[in-house]
Design a protein around this ligand. Structure first.
Ligand code: MF3
Ligand code: CO
Length: 261
């Protein structure tokens, strides 16, 4: 069942997603070599609560933290830990969800830790570009395959691979609603998009092969070849002519200045 949201519901979804957007920026202020992912998780949780929201991920299917903090070859669902220390040259995906007034927000930004190899910077740039190309397709009358195809075509053209097992999703009163939003697909195929659908588009793009492995903790998801992976996510509303992005990287941009890519 895909729920179409009313404008009143969209206003609440916008509020939750703006809290997520500000949380990503707040966490971004503290990203530097030497800090632990546990410390960053605490910054994120405190900020979310200071906005009158609740971390969406905490206790979701038993997930033990507020943020997913995934370094280098960790694709998604890295569990914050006092043992995980950021090092110069790492990339760190910060995936955040916030729940307020009955609705969730969900967005992800992959940050650089200090100076990062130009090849890895290109992976980040391409993944973020593919997110916006996917969003361009999120319009009334298109189909889900148009989004997936836009993401896949752009990333594969640059020699990267698309993770298949993890996908985007509807967002609303539940963090994960229908439909599943694949980052690959055929143009003109799949579910018809209608104005008022709210979906999270979240390309997970690998430098090497697309294959992943999930560790024994049941969460940490790595590339099988241990090469880096990037992840960017926005929650968007399907509209006629142009999608509306409910989350935002504007606050991250303010924090990163000319280091924003
Ligand atoms: N943004 C991710 C997703 O949409 C994060 C979920 S983490 C979990 O799937 F802990 F909540 F599962
Ligand atoms: Co998501």
């Amino acid at each position: 069942m895909i729920y179409l949201k009313t404008e009143d519901e969209i206003a609440l979804l916008r509020e939750s997603n703006q809290i997520v957007a500000k949380t990503l920026a707040e966490v971004g202020k503290y990203i530097q070599p030497g800090v632990t992912t546990k410390y960053l998780d605490q910054i994120g949780e405190d900020f979310i609560r200071s906005c009158g929201a609740v971390p969406s991920f905490l206790n979701y299917n038993g997930y033990p933290a507020s943020l997913c903090l995934s370094i280098n070859d960790v694709v998604v669902h890295g569990i914050p830990s006092v043992k995980t220390v950021l090092r110069e040259g790492d990339i760190l995906s910060v995936d955040c969800g916030a729940y307020k007034n009955g609705f969730h927000g969900d967005s992800t930004y992959t940050f650089r830790v200090g100076e990062v190899d130009e090849k890895v910077v290109n992976l980040l740039r391409t993944t973020k570009e593919s997110l916006y190309l996917g969003i361009e397709q999120a319009i009334d009358g298109n189909r889900l395959g148009d989004i997936g195809n836009a993401v896949q075509t752009h990333c594969q053209k640059r020699g990267y691979s698309v993770v298949r097992e993890m996908v985007g999703h509807g967002v609303g009163r539940h963090l994960h609603e229908e439909p599943e939003v694949c980052n690959y697909g055929k143009r003109g195929s799949g579910v018809l998009l209608k104005a008022g659908m709210v979906i999270a588009i979240e390309p997970m793009i690998n430098m090497g092969s697309r294959h992943i492995v999930i560790e024994n903790d049941g969460w940490t998801t790595r590339t099988m070849d241990r090469k880096p992976s990037a992840h960017f996510e926005h929650t968007v509303v399907v509209r006629k002519g142009k999608a509306e992005i409910l989350s935002s990287f504007d606050y991250v941009q303010e924090v990163l200045g000319d280091r924003f890519i």
